[in-house]
Design a protein around this ligand. Structure first.
Ligand code: NAP
Ligand code: HSE
Length: 428
């Protein structure tokens, strides 16, 4: 057996304690698979006296994660505190500078500082691994970096935030409003400490930015993502979409276009019968399309103690085996700067609007769409109880630019009573 691999773990919350449990429960299994004994030497968190449900007395305690990261008896620094900057970034930088391999689950840090950290890790000759940062227990980083290395990746599509998928599917199943389900999810502890990270689409966009970098050989470009959260999705839209054969998902899409890299994270309609459409609760799903493989679909738990710790331990096991890979699939210095392209590829769109209930109103809207070159596929008008008529339109494939011309014109008429809801319909 080779020399033992000694872990220092900073962050003893949901994920950190999950890792402690796996290291203890599967010590023999991990040793058999990696050829090394994997043990924990030291840990860190904010409160040394908190009862965490497992005894930590066998491990040295460090109040300061930077001190933990640079201890002589730590080979791999495991950062599970979270946060874009602060102690997470400082301690990861310190670990790299001290020649330690690093494993983290911190997508927020990688989405913003991934390039600099990758360059530092590669210059220092250490690993920086982060399987747990994207889609929890699903080994999507490994699939993209290793298993699909022989493919020119065309497109990545995915549901990557379990909390949002929980909210959207619960709204539908219980017939509750966004506000009601948001309050419920918050009370159940399903949302991040800052819920805006979830419902604003930011957490999922962090994950998409990381996947894009590996898939397209570009520097992580979080700011290049067109971002919209789920706060404006109404129970009416969920019902109407369902009526037309669609489900609403917070969908991440990254693809190469003739004009550059398109990255977006926003609520979209997907066919109700598609695997993505049928995804319930906190489950994540990522579809990857490559020229050789065509399409693979990965599905699994996107969060939680066991699934996320499972991903962390996959990385630790690779390090124990001596597997060393470029952080984003190719040397960080060779990654291109992404040329940003907004949603230029045409798609069908769903529009919902309230129209004045008087002769000619619908005709006016249809004319404005036609004038902008937007063709109507389907249209429905629903029952109305006052002077307004809810109208749904599904367009044929069109560009967002053409659609925006029509919508701007609609707003200047006297027949549209509120800003139309516009959702892209994505083929998945
Ligand atoms: P958590 O339950 O809130 O735990 C965070 C831990 O970090 C706590 O033990 C906390 O200490 C410690 N900590 C926070 N600030 C610290 C500081 N300044 N110095 C030392 N320790 C500090 O978080 P989590 O859910 O385990 O998430 C950890 C990381 O995994 C995050 O990057 C998150 O985005 C990522 N992640 C989480 C999941 C998930 O399902 N939870 C899934 C994928 C990725 P105290 O306990 O003493 O307060
Ligand atoms: N808040 C995240 C989610 C946690 O709901 O998916 C896992 O990254």
């Amino acid at each position: 057996m080779n020399a033992p691999l000694r872990l220092g773990i900073a962050g003893l919350g949901t994920v950190g304690i999950g890792v402690v449990k796996i290291v203890r429960q599967h010590r023999a299994l991990l040793a058999a698979r990696t050829g090394r004994d994997i043990s924990i030497t030291a840990v860190s968190a904010r409160d040394a006296n908190k009862d965490r449900g497992v005894s930590l007395s066998a491990y040295a305690w460090e109040d300061d994660p930077v001190a933990l990261a640079t201890r002589d008896d730590v080979d791999v620094y495991v950062e599970l505190m979270g946060g874009t900057d602060g102690p997470a970034k400082a301690s990861v930088e310190a670990a790299i500078a001290a020649g330690k391999d690093v494993v983290t689950a911190n997508k927020a840090m990688l989405a913003i500082h991934g390039q600099a950290l990758a360059e530092a890790a590669e210059a220092a000759g250490v690993s920086l691994r982060y399987e747990a940062a994207v889609a929890g227990g699903i080994p999507v980083i490994k699939a993209l970096t290793e298993g699909l290395a022989g493919n020119d990746i065309k497109r990545i599509v995915g549901v990557m935030n379990g909390s949002c998928n929980y909210i959207l599917t619960r709204m539908e199943s219980a017939g509750l409003s966004y506000a009601e389900v948001f309050a419920e999810a918050d009370a159940l502890g399903y949302l991040e400490a800052d819920p805006q990270l979830d419902v604003g689409g930011i957490d999922a966009a962090h994950k998409l930015a990381i996947l894009s970098s590996i898939a397209f050989g570009t520097r992580v470009d979080f700011d290049g993502i067109e971002l919209e959260g789920i706060e404006r999705v109404s129970i009416d839209d969920i019902r109407h979409a369902d009526d037309m054969g669609f489900k609403i998902k917070l969908l991440g899409v990254a693809q190469r276009t003739g004009r550059g890299l398109e990255q977006r994270m926003m609520p979209c309609l997907v066919p109700a019968t598609s695997p993505m459409g049928q995804l319930q609760g906190g489950t994540n799903m990522v579809a990857i399309e490559g020229d050789a493989v065509e399409q693979i679909v990965l599905r699994g738990p996107g969060a939680g103690e066991g699934p996320t710790a499972s991903a962390v331990m996959g990385d630790v096991s690779d390090i124990a085996r001596g597997v060393r890979l470029p952080v984003f699939g190719q040397p960080a210095a060779t990654l291109d700067t992404a040329e940003r392209a907004s949603a230029v590829l045409p798609a069908p769109y769903y529009l919902r609007m309230a129209l004045v209930d008087k002769p000619g109103a619908l005709a006016k809207i249809a004319t404005l769409l036609g004038d902008a070159g937007v063709s109507i596929d389907r249209m429905r008008q629903y029952e109305h109880s006052d002077a307004s008529a809810p109208v749904l339109i599904v367009t044929h494939k069109t560009t967002r630019a053409d659609l925006d011309v029509a919508i701007s014109a609609m707003k200047t008429t006297d027949v549209v009573l509120s800003d139309p809801v516009v959702l892209r319909i994505e083929s998945v």
